[in-house]
Design a protein around this ligand. Structure first.
Ligand code: C5P
Length: 400
């Protein structure tokens, strides 16, 4: 996915063992479509050589403020001029201290002072260095000056200690960077979503489920988080990682999903039902594995509650969005479902056009009519669905 296509990123790498992860970050940024210029400090170059970054970025690597390769000798100005952001990962305690005090005694700090684009900093250091009052003071100072922090994370450290100060993983930094550029149309909103299939037990080892991959729900949860919402994702069994910044609650059956949704609901502004919830469950799950007997076996099924309908019917219902996957007559069924369930917005698609795949073709339905979206990857559609949703929320003037 080219989510950073056309973006120019200056990646600063300072002296820390996490510098080896910056190499992977360059690769991920490139894969996401960004053009990356790496600036390496002297200490950074002790950990990973410029050759590695040059090979991965396909660009000259800059290390020296006096580098004669820049025609006007002004690398510190030229590198940041058409950049969308300067990202420093890893950012050492020393680098943060120097930025906090406006020092400009090497190429990277000079560039940070001369830049006219955002500065994003991913700290990486020993936990005691991170917790030191001087570092905390410097971090507060750079945040006050408008710098955005990515991390740090807690966990095992290269020094053998455990605690706060680890650099966020390259995949997380990439997600943070993509999210940074997304307009915060859902800032201050709390969103609860369901995603994936449900699994309705027949006996301890068997159950009824469906082929929902969870991809659309996960893409939508990610897009809501990128737009600044606090997101709770109630997920049926799927093989997908939780999107960065999303709180995921794992459930199996429709009844578990319903209980988790109602737990998460207080204070929610939006509820989005993307899950393919089983309409029926076995009336009685067998306590022990059912043995084959050669006889016909019938299974009594009982209807599951409709979670979305129940949520939308509450007096204090959040803004509810439904999904409808139909095999024919999409307009009639989708609009009928929207009205029956009393939903201000519904996303419809024809099955065969989306279930399990990465692309989808959807139509949005609301009180103003239908709004078809062009076929696109689910991650792109998710952003467009969030834009539409944010527009409707704003039009309703629901205070955030
Ligand atoms: O009526 P139908 O199942 O087609 O409606 C689909 C919509 O309702 C989806 O948004 C789905 O997540 C939601 N739903 C639900 N609980 C159910 C069945 C569907 O929340 N038991």
């Amino acid at each position: 996915m080219n989510e950073l296509a056309g973006r120019k990123i200056v990646l600063g790498v300072t002296g820390g063992v996490a510098a080896y992860k910056a190499a992977e970050l360059v690769r991920l940024l490139g894969k996401a479509g960004a053009r990356v210029q790496v600036v390496l400090t002297d200490a950074g170059a002790r950990f990973v050589t410029p050759v590695t970054f040059q090979a991965l970025s396909g660009n000259t690597v800059w290390t020296d403020i006096w580098d004669p390769r820049m025609a006007n000798n002004m690398a510190h100005i030229d590198l940041s001029r058409d950049a969308d952001a300067v990202l420093v990962a890893p950012a050492s305690a020393d680098f943060i201290a120097r930025v906090a005090h406006g020092l400009a005694d090497d190429l990277l700090t000079t560039l940070c002072l001369a830049r006219d684009c955002p500065l994003l900093v991913a700290p990486a250091m020993n936990r005691q260095m991170w917790e030191h009052p001087a570092t905390q003071r410097n971090v507060r100072q750079i945040v006050d000056d408008g710098v955005t922090l990515f991390g740090p994370a807690a966990g095992d450290q290269a020094c053998g200690e455990i605690g706060m100060g680890r650099m966020e993983e390259p995949e997380t930094l990439l997600e943070n960077l993509i999210a940074y550029f997304v307009p915060k149309t859902l800032a201050g909103r709390r969103v609860v979503l369901t995603a994936g299939p449900t699994f309705e037990a027949i006996d301890p080892v068997r159950g009824i489920t469906n082929s929902s991959s969870g991809k659309m729900g996960y893409a939508l949860a990610r897009a809501c988080a990128q737009a600044g919402a606090e997101v709770v994702l109630v997920s049926g069994p799927v093989a997908l990682p939780a999107p960065v910044g999303v709180r995921r609650i794992d459930v199996r059956s429709a009844l578990e999903m319903r209980a988790a949704v109602f737990d998460a609901l207080p204070g929610a502004d939006v509820f989005i039902g993307v899950a393919a919830v089983a309409d029926y469950r076995p009336a009685q799950a067998a306590e022990h594995k059912i043995k084959k007997s050669g006889e016909t076996l019938s299974l009594a099924l009982t209807p599951n509650p409709d979670i979305l309908t129940e949520v939308a019917a509450r007096a204090d219902a959040p803004f509810c969005v439904g999904f409808a996957a139909e095999s024919r007559d999409l307009d009639a069924y989708a609009e009928g479902k929207r009205r029956n369930k009393r939903l201000p917005m519904l996303v419809g698609n024809l099955v065969g056009d989306g279930l399990g795949s990465d692309d989808n073709l959807v139509i949005l339905y609301d009180d103003a009519g239908k709004h078809p979206l062009p076929r696109a990857p689910k991650s792109v559609l998710a952003g467009q669905i969030v834009d539409h949703l944010a527009g409707l929320l704003a039009a309703r003037a629901i205070p955030s």
